[in-house]
Design a protein around this ligand. Structure first.
Ligand code: HSE
Length: 310
């Protein structure tokens, strides 16, 4: 095999209760990475389709950096030409660099005869995050590779916990096209948290995990609350409070910021409610000159990285 293409989905990191340690895959949108063995020891970015402004330099592009890390670990430098097709906007808070990093790791692993398990690929893909935003957190790359809801208590394969999904719910994502840098959105956060807030937030995480195992939608809804990050980052998102009110008035089970924003998300019980929430959020922005993009995503099994062409 000399050529392969992998797809990896967008993701929603943090999911209100797990800053830097929890994420959910959004099956319907994602990036494709095509690799062609080029007979040298170099990795070259040939093209980034729909990715204007993203780095073509192989020392700066997240896909080539991930592949280089895998080559170093394998001590086998089989170089590849790389074509990246972006399926959604970079800088949206939906894990754009992660989807490319995850697809690159998944494709290169397959090309090399699968030396690594999917969980082992997460640490390599996290190196793409390090180059893209300066921090190698795995809350986007882990669900992008593994699919579903993933809790990570570290970066090692054994630290990654795949939680059960309540299937047939819909995630709605709403992207106001304004610029929010992940590094700025990280700097804006407080470094300390008072004990009472910590205690309450930990109880929400525990209740959320329990709700997934029990398939308890009321508990799921009651526990998906962010007392720590949202109060600060919501200041960067125009009309955040109005968006939240619109979603909750339209039966959203939960609402919050996707990753470092500016996208926000809502969880809906079914497709009709997802459509209503999208319309209500679009009405909130109707008189603003900010472009928006909304998507609905069915939460389903097998929503992680996959090979789409050999
Ligand atoms: N957990 C990260 C953050 C996700 O919230 O900053 C964005 O990369």
């Amino acid at each position: 095999m000399n050529q392969i293409t992998a797809y990896a989905p967008a993701t929603m990191a943090n999911f209100n209760v797990g800053y830097d340690i929890l994420g959910l895959s959004l099956n319907d949108i994602g990036d494709e990475v095509e690799l062609r063995i080029n007979g040298t020891e170099e990795n070259n970015i040939l093209d980034i389709i729909n990715g204007k402004g993203l780095p073509m330099d192989s020392d700066k592009n997240c896909c080539s950096v991930v592949i280089r890390k895998m080559q170093e670990a394998l001590n086998n430098f089989k170089g590849v030409d790389i074509i990246i097709t972006k399926g959604f906007a970079a800088g949206s808070g939906l894990g754009s660099s992660s989807a490319s990093s995850a697809a690159a790791a998944f494709a290169y692993n397959e090309l090399m005869g699968k030396p690594y398990s999917n969980k082992e690929l997460v640490a390599f893909a996290a190196e793409g995050e390090r180059i893209a935003c300066g921090s190698a957190h795995v809350d986007n790359v882990a669900p992008s590779i593994l699919g579903g809801v993933v809790l990570s208590k570290g970066k090692k394969a054994s630290d990654l916990i795949q939680l059960p999904l309540i299937e047939n719910l819909y995630a709605v994502t709403f992207f106001p096209a304004i610029k929010v840098n992940t590094s700025d959105a990280r700097k804006i956060l407080n470094n300390t948290i008072d004990l009472k807030t910590l205690s309450q937030q930990v109880s929400f995480m525990g209740a959320f995990v329990s709700s997934l195992y029990e398939k308890d939608i009321d508990l799921f809804s009651a526990s998906l609350k962010d007392l720590v990050v949202e109060p600060r980052r919501s200041l960067l998102i125009p009309r955040f409070k109005e968006l939240k009110k619109a979603a909750l008035e339209n039966q959203a089970l939960a609402f919050g910021i996707s990753g470092s924003g500016p996208s926000v998300f809502a969880i809906a019980k079914n497709e009709d409610e997802a459509d209503n929430i999208i319309q209500a959020m679009e009405r909130v922005y109707a008189d603003l000159s900010i472009k928006t993009q909304a998507h609905k995503h069915l939460l389903c099994k097998d929503s992680g990285a996959r090979i789409v062409k050999k």
